[in-house]
Design a protein around this ligand. Sequence first.
Ligand code: G6P
Length: 614
Amino acid sequence: MCGIVGYVGDRRAYPILIKGLKRLEYRGYDSAGVAIGQDNTIDVRKKQGKVKKVEDISDNGTIQGTIGIGHTRWATHGAPTDLNSHPHRSASGKLVMIHNGIIENYDVLKKELVKRGYSFESDTDTEVLLNFIEEVRKSNDVTLEEGIRLALSQVVGAYAIAIIEEGNMDRIYLAKKGSPLVVGIGKDEYFIASDATPFLEYTKNVVYLEDEEMAVLDRHTGLSIKTIKENVDVDPKIHKLQMDLEAIEKGGFDHFMLKEIYEQPKSIRDTLRGRMLPEKGIISMAGFKEYESKFQNAKRLLIIGCGTSWHAGLVAEYLFEEFARVPVEVEYASEFRYRNPIIYEDDIVIAISQSGETADTLAAIELAKSKGATIFGVCNVVGSTIARVADAGAYTHAGPEIGVASTKAFTAQVAVLTLMALQLGHLRGKISKSQLHELLVELDGIPEKIDWMLQSDDMVRSISSEYASTSNFLYLGRGVNFPVALEGALKLKEISYIHAEGYPAAEMKHGPIALIDENMPVVVIANRGSQYEKIISNIQEIKARNGKIIAIVNEDDSAISELADYVMKTPHSNEMFTPLLTSVPLQLLSYHIAVLRGCNVDQPRNLAKSVTVE
Ligand code: G6P
């Protein structure tokens, strides 16, 4: 987690860094800081809290330097305090550094440095790393670049770092392992950031630093990259970004989350576009095509992810089993990686990640790769680490998702996975050409149905007002909508801090039913499907115990509408596609409840969007 930015060129660095940090706040917002080089000295401004706090303690007009680095923090080592905020300064006062990641052997390094007379201002692993670099450089009497390289060769952990030096106002030193770092190449100016959003208006030409690479950005000579271990030069490979500035702005909405909920008809269309011809019953996904025969021959699929992405994986389990009749196992990446899983060479591991940077997912991928499995990535961020380490993959084209709670990325993931399941079903002879045609026509109609559902937003808001002060919620769903119940509960927890649990509706009687009384709202996903009658029975059981029912039903439903306290309506659809619909009112419900409770919807406490620590 943590976001880092940097600039060297002819413009004033301060406003570029502040604006850039605000765009990266989704990565962490415990504290922030900038360091600007001017007249051969470095001015550091940092503060606990959001980037705005740094602005409050800085007088924009007086900070003139044209080189600088900045950081927004999600605390790992050391509480979020002013002193623990980045940038950190080395003992000599000459070097200033920002860091995203965790140095695992920082304790050993710190003890060694203390023996050599170093003392530390902060509790961070970052300050240890910086002084270690300084010490290695001094004791080996080498250049700063070589000192960084030698020091990092002895470091265990993850890092994306940027260092500037007093008396050296032309250069930013960079290194990366396990945390993202992208360099923006302008005309005689250079940018760095954890993702490209901070410098979108200045350049679309980027170089992604690879793991175990370091680089020097020099305002006169440009970018030079080398490997840390082997000390071998690497040719920078320039990529052209497709992203627009508009995509990362609120566009008239109060919050990014609301904008992103409303963007779903478009993001699903963008995700499906060019990958299917409904009228001809054809699916064509480039990344999938390449591995078609592997998919066809795979005896099982393993799906890994974290948080919302794991929920998309659970939906996919139902989709692949239903359409392709292939066994699927879905795992939390964090569990998978640590439990010595049995992985065969003909396994396909589908790794789902919005950010493409989640540390646990990445580590699980590496483990599966080392056992010979094929990795298929489903990522949203183009050029992200997971997208690059996967053997093949399909992007979710949801556009940048800024709200920490995932919404449009989830439905886009489900859309991609639906296409994959349908295509695999067709290849395996489980879905005929005419069935595929019908299913694709149906899938093509989903964005329009979401548009229709969004028109009931006012009604969802009024339901929310009844429950804004509730302390607990239960979410129930069956079949392919069970993961939607989990996702609905997660959304509410994340942004409103209300305790919520998701359950398969039939499991209610094995425990959660004990919680039901007149104060317990139960959200039931009850649109018509193969288990409709069973859901009605579950609702009756809740009613009998005076629980309050908020049900998602079909537009023409009457049976459940009579039983429920409130209903949210969805159009009819093939049952397997309903998660794309039923998740939308649940997103709106949690959004409105959180707003009514005065919560920071886009940046909920303690969370970060991109979790690059284990
Ligand atoms: C964090 C985010 C969640 C996200 C999860 C996995 O917890 O707050 O919204 O679902 O990480 O992230 P990924 O980028 O791998 O999908």
